[in-house]
Design a protein around this ligand. Structure first.
Ligand SMILES: Cc1ncc(COP(=O)(O)O)c(C=O)c1O
Length: 397
């Protein structure tokens, strides 16, 4: 596309999608693509899921919006169900991931000020991604997304992801740390899975130092890793705050910040708000997403298909001289190379497969959780073929 009236903020692929159906996307020429990205972990139930479409249409005929000036039963129902599956007690409904994170950061500030800490700080990880508002990009560990937007919002203390000793030292040397904000699996950062026991160690450190454990599951939550939430892979673990978005609406914009009862009490009437957050259209779709995920046992599917994908890729690629690691959990999978593989995105597109390359060296796969075995095998076969061809060409060049 040569002429546009849109901001040029996205490095877009040279394709225009018109329609989606299950795990498939169709471009304006009618060509079909296997979607191994799900709109970046959003369309977990696939494209144009009939039950979600029916729920949305029915709600569109009933009620769109009242703002948060009155009670909305759909919000109450959605919040109750989110609390049921997470073990938390209260929900603030927003429109996106960064808004959920913004709410979490504001909670940490209120928590600090109740404790009379005037200059509070939040522990965050290297390579983290929490969104692109000023506060959430300041929390993120990517210099590229911060560049040109200073002065940043303070105060974030950054430690290497997965390093318990570094977190311990940070708590000891920064008595003003009031919270830790961490992704259990870093998505943008390259599909880095927290080492086993890491989140529990952070929980213990937070308890010891009277800080809040705030987990960002905007990308890895909502069944993607084979459990409702990635933190549930660690037995008994419970965060104080949990941020969600993406797959909660399967494409309807919605975000959520969940908290325990005592933490939610820090946010009384007037302390936070949004015009659209929790509007009936989004809540109705969110409720239907949860219903389908329960009824179709989507967690189990993600676990089984994720294992098939990881095993398949490991068998084909682990010995490849340029593959550093094939890693992931459930249907959140990364293939790290020792060199730039950005070109593979275009090669995959040409082959009818949608993938993502993050940090220029890591292929990120986030297929819909409804994917079937034959489609998983197709991803493995196609990627294997493309990777072989890519390196054969670059070696002969
Ligand atoms: C872990 C994480 N947090 C926050 C965000 C920001 O969400 P949004 O793009 O909906 O603002 C993202 C988006 O990719 C994310 O992956």
């Amino acid at each position: 596309m040569t002429e546009t009236h849109l901001f040029d903020t996205y490095a877009r692929m040279p394709v225009a999608f018109e329609r989606g159906e299950g795990v498939w996307l169709f471009d304006t020429e009618g060509r079909r693509y296997l979607d191994a990205l799900s709109g970046i972990a959003v369309c977990s139930l696939g494209h144009a899921h009939p039950r979600l479409t029916d729920a949305l249409c029915d709600q569109a005929h009933t009620l769109w919006h009242t703002a948060n000036v009155a009670h909305l039963p759909l919000q109450e129902q959605l919040a109750e169900q989110l609390c049921d599956i997470s073990g938390l007690d209260r929900v603030f409904l927003a429109n996106s991931g960064l808004e959920a994170v913004e709410c979490a950061i504001k909670i940490a500030r209120r928590y600090a000020h109740e404790k009379h800490i005037e200059q509070p700080a939040i522990l965050v990880a290297s390579e983290s991604f929490h969104g692109r508002s000023l506060a959430s990009l300041s929390a993120s560990g990517s210099p590229a997304i911060q560049a040109g937007f200073g002065p940043l919002v303070g105060d974030f203390v950054r430690v290497p992801f997965g390093d318990v000793a570094a977190a311990k030292q940070a708590f000891e040397s920064h008595p003003n740390l009031v919270a830790a904000l961490i992704e259990p699996i870093q998505g943008e950062g390259g599909v880095r899975v927290a080492p086993s026991g890491y989140l529990q160690s952070l929980r213990d450190l937070c308890d010891q130092h009277h800080a809040l454990l705030m987990l960002d599951e905007i990308q890895c939550g909502m069944a993607r890793t084979g459990k409702w939430f990635a933190f549930q892979h660690e037995p008994e673990l419970k965060p104080d705050v949990l941020t969600l978005a993406k797959a909660l609406g399967n494409g309807m914009p919605i975000g959520a910040c969940l908290a325990t009862e005592s933490v939610a009490r820090l946010m009384p009437p007037g302390s936070h708000g949004t015009t659209f957050g929790g509007n009936p259209l989004a809540c109705r779709v969110g409720l239907e997403v949860l219903a389908v995920m329960h009824e179709d046992q989507i967690c189990q599917g993600a676990e089984q298909m994720g294992k098939r994908l990881l095993d398949g890729l490991r068998i084909k690629l682990s010995d490849h001289p340029h593959v550093v690691e094939v890693r992931g959990r459930g249907l959140m999978v990364g293939i790290e190379f020792d060199c730039d593989v950005t070109a593979l995105k275009q090669a995959a597109l040409d082959a009818g497969l949608i993938i993502n390359v993050t940090r220029s060296t890591i292929i990120r796969l986030l297929p819909p959780l409804i994917i079937e075995a034959s489609e998983v095998d197709q991803i493995v076969e196609t990627l294997h073929r493309l990777i072989e061809a890519h390196f054969a060409v670059s070696q002969s060049a």
